[in-house]
Design a binder for this molecule. Structure first.
Ligand SMILES: [Zn+2]
Ligand SMILES: [Zn+2]
Ligand SMILES: [Zn+2]
Ligand SMILES: [Zn+2]
Length: 139
């Protein structure tokens, strides 16, 4: 009798899946985070199964803005050695998204100000300005 690695009950179904060298009910092969069924690809870590999104959210590169993981389907921006979600890469004053090639000012490592706000704000100029960078693509 084959026992399912997920629910530990015997597998009486005609079809079973082999994952991590063990047999599973088809319905038991699901992401341990969002419980979606993993039919095509699954990722595992320490005997637990994850869908692609949850796997990268938990174990992938972390966004320097919101500290959440970045999945391969997310659009990202890189600034210096840090990676940000596109949505997290915004001007701290006007919240507009900063785009490729745009001049920006980096303040306190993780905060950005667009050029207009920087130029119109005297307190920022006197503040902790670290450097001026330009944005690159994730290539
Ligand atoms: Zn099962
Ligand atoms: Zn999931
Ligand atoms: Zn983020
Ligand atoms: Zn701005």
């Amino acid at each position: 009798m084959v026992h399912c690695a997920g629910c530990e009950r015997p597998i009486l179904d005609r079809f079973l899946l082999n994952v991590l060298d063990r047999a599973w009910h088809i319905k038991c092969v699901q992401c341990c985070e969002c419980k979606c069924n993993l039919t095509e690809k699954c990722f595992s870590r320490e005997g637990k199964l994850y869908c692609k999104n949850d796997f990268f959210r938990k174990f992938g590169t972390k966004c320097a803005g919101c500290a959440q993981g970045i999945s391969p389907s997310d659009l990202v921006r890189k600034a210096r050695s840090k990676v940000f979600h596109l949505n997290c890469f915004t001007c701290m004053v006007c919240n507009k998204q900063l785009s490729t090639g745009e001049e920006l000012y980096i303040i306190d490592e993780n905060k950005f100000v667009c050029k207009e706000d920087y130029l119109s704000s005297t307190s920022l100029k006197e503040g902790s300005l670290n450097s001026v960078g330009s944005i690159g693509n994730n290539t």
